[in-house]
Design a protein around this ligand. Structure first.
Ligand code: NAD
Length: 438
């Protein structure tokens, strides 16, 4: 099957490479010349474990190519995926659909013969109808079926998620699209991943409802963590005790500095806006958004407390900047708000992240970037774990103690236990656990 993937970012590139790996002939399109040139040289524009190998092997096999020429790729394709960004629109928080409609117009002008156009970008309910209208207005002769096929992959585990998804959701209004879509995902269907056919609007809403539910689950346990701190309970044990109930499940119950990333923050806000517009406000989701927003900066208060209430003139070393490990994505990372609050308090900030520093640099002024945990710890008054990269899970505390001016660890991901840290003479604060020094 011939596939054109419009947008070669975190979703488009992973999806395109994995679909090529299934045996399809995939052309990944982007409007960034630098991105396409890098991909043609075999360089990955994003950090995603395993991606470089799968891109290289499929490019070598002639199944995966990269181009700036959207029209050529679309004309040759049976199925065209739209995987462009849908960021928050400035001002009102609605999803900005300008990239989606821009792509739809370009696709409309280029389609040749019956073509299935699939929106993989996360788009508000009803967008499929609008995309169809945009295509028909641009080219009344275009013979297309517009499908919704939201993507559920997680950055950091994107390839495994794409190849072994919990489910594939396909929303369609035109029955002609059913068979080509089943063909696209046939290898997964053979692996028994459930293929869920729904109406287009239902499919669009499934994606937002799933993300909002997960964001709410995280926010719930974060608030329980705050209560644990007040009453002397342990949030990790509460989460385990809750999660072992099959109806609840253990995932997304790790208390921490609040959710970030390229999806949950914008998708929760956009869903709340859609619901308000339709007169069916989602108050739980609105509250989740508000609680999470406050939480990020509130985490800086833990650092203030651990240093006796004042950070002015103190040096704080931040371990981990990306919104989660195994990605270089800095979008809405909690580290940004935490660092800003520390700087507002007069602290000097140093930071290290295994993969995120290139993306972080333009976002963080007056922050000194170091070469590793021990480099940034030298002369620091406190070390703060913001992102739980594996590389931070077995730190040499004896060495850190020698390097740091004051041995203070604020562990916002509950990576360590108080007893083991205290043994090395460190003051220790974490999230939602009793007996803290913070
Ligand atoms: P991204 O910003 O990494 O990539 C989007 C790419 O599209 C960019 O490279 C941009 O240059 C390109 N582009 C924009 N308009 C174009 C056009 N007209 N022609 C060709 N290329 C064009 O975005 P992303 O993180 O991959 O997200 C894409 C969509 O997938 C969003 O709607 C997002 O919500 C959704 N999504 C993202 C994730 C994730 O983990 N990142 C997971 C599930 C769903």
């Amino acid at each position: 099957m011939k596939i054109a993937m419009i947008g070669s970012g975190y979703v488009g590139l992973v999806s395109g490479a994995c679909l090529a790996d299934f045996g399809h002939e995939v052309t990944c399109v982007d409007k960034s010349a630098a991105r396409i040139a890098a991909l043609e040289r075999g360089e990955m524009p994003i950090y995603e474990p395993g991606l470089a190998d799968i891109v290289a092997s499929n490019a070598r096999a002639g199944r995966l190519s990269f181009t700036l020429d959207l029209a050529g790729a679309v004309a040759a394709a049976d199925v065209v995926f739209i995987a462009v960004g849908t960021p928050s629109r400035r001002g009102d928080g609605h999803a900005d659909l300008s990239y989606v409609h821009g792509a739809a117009r370009e696709i409309a002008a280029a389609v040749d013969g019956f073509t299935v156009v699939v929106t993989k970008s996360t788009v508000p309910v009803g967008t499929g109808d609008e995309v169809e209208r945009t295509i028909r207005e641009t080219n009344p002769l275009a013979d297309v079926a517009v499908v919704s096929n939201p993507e559920f992959l997680r950055e950091g585990a994107a390839i495994a998620d794409f190849k072994r998804p919990d489910r594939i959701v396909i929303g369609l209004e035109d029955e002609r699209a059913r068979e080509p879509m089943a063909e696209v995902y046939r290898p997964l269907f053979l692996n028994q991943s459930p293929l869920l056919f729904t109406s287009r609007r239902t499919s669009e809403l499934i994606k937002y409802a799933a993300n909002a539910f997960l964001a709410t689950k995280i926010t719930f346990i974060n608030e329980i963590a705050d209560l644990c701190e007040k009453v002397g309970a342990n949030v990790q044990e509460v989460a385990r005790g809750m999660g072992l109930d099959n109806r609840i499940g253990t995932k997304f119950l790790n208390a921490g500095p609040g959710f970030g990333g390229s999806c949950f923050p914008k998708d929760t806000v956009a869903l709340a806006k859609t619901a308000q517009d339709h007169g069916a406000p989602l108050r739980l989701v609105e509250t989740t958004v508000a609680v999470n927003e406050q939480r990020k900066r509130a985490m800086a208060r833990k650092v203030f407390q651990a240093l006796g209430g004042e950070v002015r003139g103190r040096t704080i070393a931040i371990l981990g900047l990306t919104f989660k490990p195994n990605t270089d994505d800095m979008r809405e990372a909690p580290s940004l708000a935490i660092i800003q609050a520390l700087k507002d308090g007069g602290a000097r900030v140093r930071a290290y992240d295994p993969e995120g520093m290139e993306q972080a640099r333009p976002l963080l002024e007056d922050v000194t970037f170091g070469a590793g945990p021990y480099d940034i710890a030298e002369g620091a008054d406190a070390l703060v774990i913001v992102t739980e990269w594996d590389a931070f899970r077995a730190l040499d505390f004896a060495r850190l103690r020698r390097l740091m001016t004051t041995p203070v660890l604020i562990d916002l991901r509950n990576v360590y236990r108080r007893e083991e840290i205290a043994r090395h003479g460190f003051r220790y604060a974490s999230v939602g656990r009793p007996g803290e020094d913070g």
